[in-house]
Structure formats: structure tokens, C-alpha cells
Design a protein around this ligand. Structure first.
Ligand code: PGA
Length: 254
């Protein structure tokens, strides 16, 4: 069976009340489906606890948009992976480009977070991607390989379950401009090959998902469906409407 997953990243686009409402609507839509166990909803931190209850026993997965690299301590304003675990969070997005841009998160930070997330048996969704300038200068592959190495090198002694790798061209996020599917497929193939330097082939086939994010929506998702090596999608804006999001999932996961 082909690996497939869809991750909804709500970012900080909704307030608490709207997040809970959307969680209820999304749950109702997804309960119609048999593939809802392949969907992950990542609300903001303040809504996580209540949404955890809303999604309880539905098979829909809960994800967080970040975590800190230590599990406790004097880190004002940060959130602990232990709490995430207690809230039944199964996935954590790491290194999203918006965190790199606005919070100056770097590859070392992401690597530290990755180790902690893996230690707690939570599935990391590790974002990689090039900016517009690198894209224009045809540096995408070089940039991605560097990011890949910094984040995944020397993981031999760390026990890993599943890992989701998300290729997200920074210039495509939130712009309505999706990268051509042939190119997405090519880049994911390169990343898969690169992964062989750090993981066994068996591990890659079994446990590592190669996914794409950046302006995927219910209008364009159908052009991605036939590319078998696109194993998952990260959906931002279009996950904020339960009907559109359901369409994206239905098209891709059915
Ligand atoms: P977008 O966001 O779908 O709104 O482009 C995707 C993401 O940031 O993961």
C-alpha cells in the first residue's frame, strides 16, 4: 500500500474560538471517510488541549507546530514536549520556514528539536526548502542537500520511528503558486536518494515519508495525485475551510 499523509497547518491564522469551531467542523467532515487516520491537524498551542478532546477516539491525528529542544527547565514562553505527549500529540512540525524567518530558527536548533521529538516517540515533520533567490539561481538541490545533512547527519544512535520530510519551497508558501508537479516529484526523488546517506533503504521505504507543501488547495491537488513519489502534503490556507480541506484529502488519500 502506498504511503500517504496530509498535514493541516493552521499556523496562527485563527483565534481560540475559531480554532475549536474549525476542529469540530473538520472532524464532522472527516468522520465520513475511512482514510481519516492519515490526516494530521496542527492547531496553535493554545487550542491544542481542547482540540485533543474534540479529536479523541476519532483516529484523526493531532500535531503541534513546534516544540522546544529541552523537555523542561527555565525557558520562559516555550512549550514542553512532555505536555504535547500528554495531550496525545502524535506529530510535530519542525523548522517551518516562517519560524526560520521570524524567529531566526536555524538548522542546529531544528536538529536539537528533532532529537528530542524522536526520543519521545513523536513523529517529526521536518521542513526543508529554498528561498526565491536560490530557486531563481538554480540552487535548490544544493540548498536542500545542505539542510538535509545538517539536520539528519549522525542519527545512528537515535532511535527513530517514522519521519516526515516536507519539501516546501519558501517562495511557494501562501502565494497560490504551486511548484510544477514534475519538479516536485524530481526534487523528492533527489531527497530520497540523499536520505540513503543517513538511513538504510529499508528504513526509507518503510518509515520515511517524502511530502510537499506550498499552496496546495482543492483546485490544484488533482494534478499531484498521479505522482506516486509525492507521499504526502502540507496544507496551510486551504485547511482553514473544512469543505475545501475535505476535498483536498479526498482527492489525494482516496
Ligand atoms: P500554504 O502553506 O498551503 O498556505 O501555502 C503551506 C505551509 O506553510 O506548510
Amino acid at each position: 500500500m502506498r504511503k500517504k499523509i496530509i498535514i493541516a497547518n493552521w499556523k496562527m491564522k485563527l483565534d481560540y474560538t475559531d480554532s475549536l469551531q474549525l476542529a469540530k467542523k473538520t472532524k464532522l467532515k472527516l468522520l465520513e471517510s475511512y482514510w481519516r487516520n492519515k490526516v494530521v491537524i496542527c492547531p496553535d498551542f493554545l487550542s491544542l488541549s481542547n482540540i485533543s478532546q474534540i479529536l479523541n477516539k476519532t483516529k484523526i491525528n493531532l500535531g503541534a507546530q513546534n516544540c522546544f529542544w529541552e523537555d523542561k527547565g527555565a525557558y520562559t514562553g516555550e512549550s514542553s514536549i512532555k505536555s504535547l505527549k500528554q495531550l496525545n500529540v502524535k506529530f510535530v512540525i519542525l523548522g517551518h520556514s516562517e519560524r526560520k524567518m521570524y524567529l531566526k530558527e536555524d538548522l542546529k536548533d531544528i536538529r536539537r528539536k528533532l532529537e528530542l521529538v524522536l526520543k519521545y516517540g513523536i513523529i517529526p515533520v521536518v521542513c526543508l526548502g529554498e528561498n526565491k533567490e536560490d530557486y531563481k539561481n538554480k540552487q535548490t538541490i544544493k540548498v536542500l542537500k545542505k539542510q538535509f545533512k545538517e539536520i539528519f547527519k549522525n542519527l545512528e544512535n537515535v532511535k527513530t520511528k517514522k519521519i516526515v520530510i516536507a519539501y516546501e519551497p519558501i517562495w511557494a508558501i501562501g502565494t497560490g503558486k504551486i511548484l510544477e508537479p514534475e519538479r516536485i516529484s524530481e526534487v523528492l526523488e533527489v531527497l530520497k536518494k540523499e536520505a540513503e546517506k543517513y538511513f538504510s533503504k529499508n528504513k526509507i521505504e518503510k518509515d520515511i515519508y517524502f511530502t510537499y507543501g506550498g499552496s496546495v488547495n482543492s483546485d490544484n491537488v488533482s494534478i499531484l495525485v498521479d505522482y506516486k513519489n509525492i507521499e504526502g502534503l502540507l496544507v496551510g490556507s486551504d485547511s482553514l475551510n473544512s469543505k475545501s480541506f475535505f476535498k483536498v484529502c479526498k482527492n489525494f488519500l482516496n
